[in-house]
Ligand binder design. Structure first.
Ligand code: NAP
Length: 497
C-alpha cells in the first residue's frame, strides 16, 4: 500500500488551506479524505435560511487566497462555500481529494513511523504525517428534551436543513437563541404563519453593519490587492482590540454591555420583552450574537418569544413549564453541535498503544493546540484551546497551518520516524494556559459549549490573536523528541528548526 507523506482529514477551510501551503512548501504527496461528496465543511453543511458568517468576509478568509469579489461585508454561507470550491480549483487540489471516505480510526505504527488510517468503507490509508482538519462543529446534536422522540410533527436541525419542507402557512417553533437561531428567525418569520422562539438564555446581541460591496471597491481590490490587504488589516486590528472587552472582563466589557443594551433599547420598545431579552452574564462569556434583524423579527405579529423553560415535547408540540401546550407543525432545533471537546469521535492510538480518548476524557489538552504528546506526526487543526472569542477563526487557522507545515517538513526533510512533543513541555504549556484561562470571561459563570460538562475549558485561547500567531510562528525542535527513521537512537535536538 502506498504511504502518503501527508493525509489530511476534512476538506473544509483548514484542510484545503493546509494542502495549499504544504504543496507550496514542496510536499506533494498529499491526500485529503472527505466524508461528504463536496468540499466546504461547515459552509457546505449549514444551509439554513439566512446562513452567513458573522465575521466580515475580508477577515474570514485566508490572507494567502485573495478574493476581491466578496458580495457583502458579511457574505452568505453559499458564497463562502463557493469560495472554498474556487480555492480547490485554483490550486488544483481536486485530484488530491478522496470523497465519500469517512475516517473511523488512526493508529501509529512505531516501527515504520507511519499512521494507519482506517475508514468506514473498504479503503484504508498509510501516511507518515496526518492533519486532522475535520473541525469542531461537524456533528450536530439533538438536545436532551424529554419526549423529543414522541413528537409527530416535522423536526429540522439547523445544521441539516430540510429544503424540501415548505414552511408556508405553518406553525413553527425555533428552539435555541444562539448564533444560528438569530440568523434563522428573521428568515422564517417571512414565510411561516407563526413562529415561536423558545429561549433558555438571552444572549448579547450587537448590530451587524452589513452592506453590499460596491462594484468600485471590488474593482479596486482586484487591481490593487494591497488595498484589500490594508482593509483586512484594519478589520484585524479592530477585532484584536475587542479582546480587551470580550476575552477578559474589564471596564471595556461594560462598554460592550452598554452597546448591547442600547441596541436592545433602540430596537425593542416593549419593556417586558426588553427584560426577557436582557442577558445576565458578562459579554463574551458566550459567543456574541451579531444581528440587526433578530429583534425586529421577534416583534412581528407572527412571532412570539417564549421564555418559559421547556418541560417536554409531546406528539403535538412543546409543553412549557407554565403548563401551556404549544401546537406545532414543525420544530427547528438551533441547539448547537456535539462539540468534540474530548477528541475526535473515533479511536486514535499513539505510542505504546495509548488511547487519546482515554487521556482526554476530562477534556482535550495539546501543545500549542496542535500536537499531543504520545501521538507523533499528528497535527490538529482548530485543536484544543485554539478558539478565538474576538477575532476570525481563520486567522488562528493560518497560524496552525504554518506550524503544521514547519513540523511536517521537518519530519520529511530529516527523514524522521517520528516527531513527538515532549510531555513536560506540553504539561507546562497547559498549566500556564489554564492559569490564564481563569481570568477570562469564558470562566465567569455562564454555560456554553466552550466548556466540558465539569467546566474544563478545552476550546478557547486566552489571549490576543497576535500572541497566538507569535507562538505558532515559533517552531522549536527542542520541544520535541525526534527519532530518525534509520537510526536506533533518539535524535532529540534543542535547536530551532
Ligand atoms: P449554540 O451557540 O450552542 O446555541 C444553542 C442554543 O440552543 C442556545 O441558545 C441554547 O441555550 C439552546 N439550547 C440548547 N439545548 C437546549 C435545550 N435542551 N432546551 C432549550 N434550549 C436549548 O449553537 P449555534 O447557534 O448553532 O452556534 C454554535 C456555534 O456555531 C457558535 O458558537 C459559532 O461558533 C458557530 N456559528 C457561527 C456562525 C457564524 O456566523 N460565524 C453562525 C452560526 C453558528 P443556552 O444558551 O441556554 O445553552
Amino acid at each position: 500500500m502506498h504511504t502518503y507523506d501527508t493525509l489530511i482529514v476534512g476538506a473544509g477551510f483548514s484542510g484545503i488551506g493546509t494542502a495549499i501551503k504544504l504543496t507550496e512548501a514542496g510536499v506533494d504527496d498529499v491526500v485529503i479524505v472527505e466524508r461528504d461528496q463536496r468540499v466546504g465543511g461547515t459552509w457546505r453543511d449549514n444551509t439554513y435560511p439566512g446562513a452567513a458568517c458573522d465575521i466580515p468576509s475580508l477577515l474570514y478568509s485566508f490572507s494567502f487566497v485573495a478574493n476581491p469579489t466578496w458580495s457583502r461585508a458579511y457574505s452568505p454561507a453559499d458564497e463562502i462555500r463557493q469560495h472554498i470550491e474556487d480555492m480547490v480549483d485554483r490550486f488544483d487540489l481536486r485530484r488530491r481529494i478522496d470523497f465519500g471516505v469517512e475516517v473511523n480510526g488512526l493508529a501509529f505504527d512505531e516501527t515504520d513511523g507511519v499512521w494507519d488510517v482506517s475508514t468506514t468503507g473498504r479503503r484504508s490509508y498509510r501516511a507518515r504525517t496526518v492533519v486532522l482538519a475535520s473541525g469542531p462543529l461537524t456533528d450536530h446534536a439533538w438536545p436532551d428534551i424529554r419526549g423529543i422522540d414522541t413528537y409527530e410533527g416535522h423536526k429540522i436541525h439547523s445544521a441539516d436543513w430540510d429544503h424540501d419542507y415548505d414552511f408556508t402557512g405553518k406553525r413553527v417553533a425555533v428552539i435555541g437563541t444562539g448564533a444560528s437561531a438569530v440568523q434563522i428567525v428573521p428568515e422564517l418569520v417571512k414565510q411561516a404563519a407563526f413562529v415561536k422562539v423558545f429561549q433558555r438564555t438571552p444572549g448579547w446581541v450587537i448590530p451587524r453593519l452589513d452592506v453590499a460591496t460596491p462594484a468600485r471597491a471590488q474593482e479596486l481590490f482586484a487591481k490593487v490587492p494591497a488595498v484589500q490587504r490594508l482593509a483586512r488589516q484594519a478589520l484585524f486590528w479592530g477585532h484584536e482590540a475587542s479582546a480587551t472587552a470580550l476575552v477578559w472582563k474589564s471596564p471595556l466589557s461594560s462598554v460592550v454591555a452598554r452597546l448591547g443594551k442600547a441596541h436592545l433599547k433602540r430596537q425593542v420598545k416593549d419593556p417586558w420583552l426588553r427584560r426577557q431579552l436582557t442577558p445576565d452574564f458578562t459579554p463574551g462569556c458566550k459567543r456574541m450574537l451579531v444581528s440587526s434583524d433578530y429583534y425586529p423579527a421577534l416583534q412581528r405579529d407572527n412571532c412570539k418569544l417564549i421564555d418559559w423553560p421547556i418541560a417536554a415535547m409531546s406528539p403535538v408540540g412543546i409543553r412549557t413549564c407554565d403548563g401551556v401546550e404549544h401546537h406545532l407543525d414543525a420544530v427547528v432545533f438551533a441547539t448547537g453541535y456535539d462539540v468534540h471537546l474530548t477528541g475526535p469521535p473515533y479511536p486514535v492510538t499513539g505510542l505504546g498503544g495509548r488511547s487519546l480518548a482515554a487521556e482526554w476524557t476530562r477534556g482535550a489538552q495539546a501543545y500549542k493546540s496542535i500536537n499531543a504528546s504520545g501521538y507523533p506526526n499528528l497535527f490538529f487543526m482548530t485543536g484544543p484551546n485554539s478558539g478565538p472569542g474576538h477575532n476570525s477563526l481563520l486567522v488562528f487557522v493560518e497560524g496552525q497551518i504554518d506550524y503544521a507545515v514547519a513540523g511536517i517538513t521537518t519530519i520529511l526533510r530529516n527523514d524522521l520516524r517520528y516527531l513527538d512533543v515532549r510531555d513536560d513541555v506540553q504539561r507546562r504549556h497547559n498549566e500556564q494556559l489554564q492559569k490564564r484561562l481563569t481570568k477570562t470571561t469564558w470562566m465567569s459563570g455562564c454555560n456554553s459549549w466552550y466548556l466540558t460538562a465539569d467546566g474544563f475549558n478545552a476550546s478557547m485561547y486566552p489571549g490576543f490573536a497576535t500572541q497566538y500567531l507569535r507562538q505558532m510562528r515559533d517552531f522549536q525542535l527542542g520541544d520535541y523528541v525526534a527519532q530518525a527513521r534509520h537510526a536506533a537512537a533518539a535524535v532529540g535536538s534543542r535547536s530551532s528548526a
